[in-house]
Design a protein around this ligand. Structure first.
Ligand code: DAH
Length: 341
């Protein structure tokens, strides 16, 4: 009678143990049957309440069941741990045969790429690369370029002045002309690529940071035709033999005479757009014959040498080359935009 109850307790405990599938359920099962107040523990203790003649058989049977359940518990605990381990492994299994995600490939910034093309076009004409300074003295940026203090042309430059007196962020690459002449003397052929800065109102063809490639050739008999030839050769090298360009008379304090070069707008093919301000042409390469005063400031005798200079607008050339309608896009550095080139 009592041992029947023990038998059904054992069957029930075994059945529940088999259904246990988490550590918490296992702990609950352990408390419920084998814990200090568990059903099996109680059943073992109940031996004291039996008539003496039933006690030995009951006690033996109860202890057997207790040991059997303890062993089953241990076994279930180990099995459960294995199952969980197996589930964990299955969950974060790595399929090493899956193709990997493509690694993002870096590429040259369009301004850098165009600068390199420009550099090599001018290298073919014998120009070496000379590095100017982004932080310049007012003297090199203006005075030595024939713009003394209070010269009205300084106003057109919207200059960022540095905290240190007499220092500016260069507004153009032209100050490197005098540095190159002083350092290297004549004859000389250099290009100076780099960033320039102006406190300017940004629009499709202007930005507060932009890039120029200055060119300077000084020699015994350099003439305007050489400048026009160099610019035409460069434009054809970059944009092909059919490149359309036009020259206009202009004024710069550091060249005399001075010109402006317009390139046909490739964004709208001349039909009109914001880059060319609906004119069909983009001002791209100003230049001229180096002013005698500037040659003198570079330590070169204008009676013996002449020179031409130009200051190509790299961002506009990049815009024309890639068909970008607004140079501001170049410096926003949105990688989704830059990734297209
Ligand atoms: N430095 C001028 C500017 O940024 C551009 C320029 C004009 C450069 C004529 C030259 C030049 O070398 O000869 O507005």
């Amino acid at each position: 009678m009592m041992s029947d109850r023990l038998g059904s307790l054992e069957r029930e405990a075994m059945a529940r143990l088999a259904a246990v599938d988490t550590e918490e359920a296992l702990a609950r099962w352990q408390r419920g049957y084998l814990g200090r107040h568990g059903a099996v523990t109680d059943a073992v203790k109940a031996v004291g309440t039996l008539p003496p003649e039933e006690r030995p058989a009951y006690g033996r049977r109860a202890n057997e069941i207790k040991r059997a359940l303890e062993a089953a518990y241990e076994a279930r605990a180990i099995a459960l741990e294995r199952e969980q381990e197996a589930r964990r492994l299955a969950a974060d299994a790595l399929d090493v045969t899956l193709p990997s995600r493509p690694a993002g490939l870096g590429r040259l910034h369009p301004v850098t790429a165009i600068m390199r093309r420009m550099r090599s076009a001018f290298a073919q004409m014998g120009f070496q690369v000379y590095s100017g300074r982004e932080v310049e003295t007012e003297e090199y940026n203006f005075t030595l370029l024939n713009m003394p203090p209070y010269h009205p042309a300084r106003d057109s430059h919207d200059t960022f002045y540095a905290a240190q007196p007499g220092m500016v962020l260069r507004t153009h690459t032209s100050p490197a002309q005098v540095r190159a002449m002083r350092e290297r003397g004549a004859p000389l052929r250099v290009v100076v690529p780099g960033a320039c800065f102006r406190y300017d109102q940004p629009d499709a063809s202007h930005n507060f940071q932009f890039h120029q490639m200055e060119g300077l050739a000084v020699g015994r008999s350099i003439r305007m035709g050489d400048l026009l030839g160099a610019i035409t050769g460069f434009a054809r090298q970059l944009f092909g033999e059919g490149a359309q360009l036009r020259f206009r008379a202009h004024y710069f304090p550091f060249t005399e005479p001075s010109i402006e070069t317009d390139l046909r707008c490739t964004v709208c093919a001349g039909a009109g757009c914001r880059l060319c301000k609906d004119s069909g042409w983009v001002e791209t390469i100003p230049g001229g014959m180096v002013h005698p005063e500037v040659l003198r400031n570079g330590g070169i005798d204008p009676a013996r040498h002449t020179g031409f200079a130009f200051g190509a607008g790299v961002d506009r050339i990049a815009a024309l080359w890639y068909g970008i309608p607004d140079i501001r896009l170049l410096l926003e550095n949105d990688v989704r935009f830059l990734g297209q080139f």
